[in-house]
Design a protein around this ligand. Structure first.
Ligand SMILES: Cc1ncc(COP(=O)(O)O)c(C=O)c1O
Length: 388
């Protein structure tokens, strides 16, 4: 039985009437940009996440870019992040005028390793006379720590937050894959100076096009975000700084408000699918299932296993019509556009190993138990059928 990796029509069929009514209302008002839907979504998202402020923007990529600028990143300054993430994390750093630096991940969570971050800050950087932190080899001032909550699992924020504090760094969370995930009772995205969300249609909270959000508890950062997303204007046609055209439009906000009301149910079903995979894959071949540290809630934007023979396993699943994906095959320090940063193969060994071993399985909330059993059974067959 074929199993699609993702089929958004299944979700849409449940909410079609509500979405169509919400969209029709926007058309009736003909208010498409910065209107009541966007304002209501910002309030509802802020309340859901426990954020002081939420500011809608045009995409998750823009959320990172605008947040970095509004936190005060200056051209040429450094941002320490993970190389095992979607390209936008570091692309946005570059486009905000910054220089990305990469630390390795922890192999069991795929998130930034606090030990690797500590080693970078302690061994590769030195304090300036003014108390700032300078990367010794490049002379770059390091200003921001940017952990990514990859696949929907929060990074080790206590340890990373303590390091940010000790070294005087701003803390920006890339929560673009983790809407609703929790870290010791608080939602991902509200644990640092600011957090960023993506509403790309395939996300666990996905719009009908691009969309994003920045969360922050710092009122002055929220105020600046509200200006910078409209070309830096506080009042129409009066510009205090040069900003962007980056708004979450009313149609997106209307659709997202419908979906936000159902999100907890969908996230719970994703977790149930993950638990079923974990049980079915226990002890199967060399497969390693995801580990969730105590006190953290994974929302399984992706359910990702590790397997040394990943490419053969992927081919086997695809031969049975089972969708599976590699997130991400080329770590950012090995991307052509970042080769000038000077990283070499072997510099981030856990990141590079993960890129060779990860495989994402179908985990949408609408997956049936039969489909989960089909995928697990196909993986079991792969290991029993293959020559020892
Ligand atoms: C980790 C991560 N960061 C940033 C982004 C960028 O979000 P968007 O596609 O909405 O620009 C994404 C999603 O695509 C992502 O997964």
């Amino acid at each position: 039985m074929p199993v699609p990796f993702l089929d958004l029509t299944r979700q849409y069929s449940q909410i079609r009437a509500e979405v169509e009514a919400a969209v029709a209302e926007v058309f009736t008002t003909q208010h498409f940009i910065l209107g009541p839907q966007g304002k209501a979504l910002e309030q509802e998202a802020a309340a859901y996440l426990g954020a002081g402020h939420a500011v809608g923007v045009a995409s998750g990529t823009d959320a990172i870019l605008l947040a970095l600028r509004c936190l005060g990143l200056q051209p040429g300054e450094g941002v320490l992040t993970s190389a095992f993430t979607f390209f936008a994390t570091a692309g946005a750093v570059h486009n905000a005028g910054g220089r990305p630096f990469f630390a390795d991940i922890a192999p069991d969570t795929f998130n930034l390793s606090p030990a690797a971050v500590r080693a970078f800050l302690r061994e590769e950087c030195a304090r300036t006379d003014g108390g700032l932190l300078r990367h010794k080899a490049t002379g770059t001032l390091i200003r921001v720590l940017l952990p990514v909550h990859l696949y929907g699992l929060p990074a080790e924020m206590d340890a990373l937050g303590a390091l940010a504090k000790e070294y005087g760094l701003l803390l920006l969370e890339d929560a673009c894959q983790s809407f609703g995930a929790a870290y010791r009772g608080k939602r991902a995205g509200v644990l640092g100076d600011a957090g960023t969300c993506s509403f790309f249609p395939t996300k666990n909270l996905g719009g009908a096009g691009d969309g994003g959000l920045v969360t922050t508890n710092r009122a002055e950062v929220a105020d600046r975000l509200r200006r910078i997303r409209v070309h830096g204007s506080r009042e129409r046609y009066y510009h205090d700084e040069i900003g962007y055209n980056s708004r979450l439009d009313e149609l997106q906000a209307a659709v997202l408000r419908v979906k936000l009301r159902r999100l907890d149910g969908w996230n719970a079903r994703r977790a149930a699918v993950a638990a079923a995979y974990n049980a079915a894959l226990e002890g199967v071949g060399e497969v390693r299932t995801p580990r969730v540290p105590d006190g953290l809630t994974h929302i399984y934007h992706q359910y990702v296993i590790r397997a040394k023979e990943r490419d053969a396993l992927k081919a086997h699943l695809e031969s049975r019509g089972i969708g599976c994906m590699i997130y991400y095959p080329v770590p950012l320090h090995r991307q052509n556009c970042f080769l000038h940063l000077g990283y070499r193969e072997g510099d981030l060994p856990e990141t590079e190993r993960a890129a060779a071993e990860v495989l994402a399985l179908p985990v949408m909330a609408e997956l049936s138990d039969r489909e989960v059993a089909e995928v697990s059974g196909a993986i079991r067959d792969f290991y029993t059928e293959r020559p020892k």
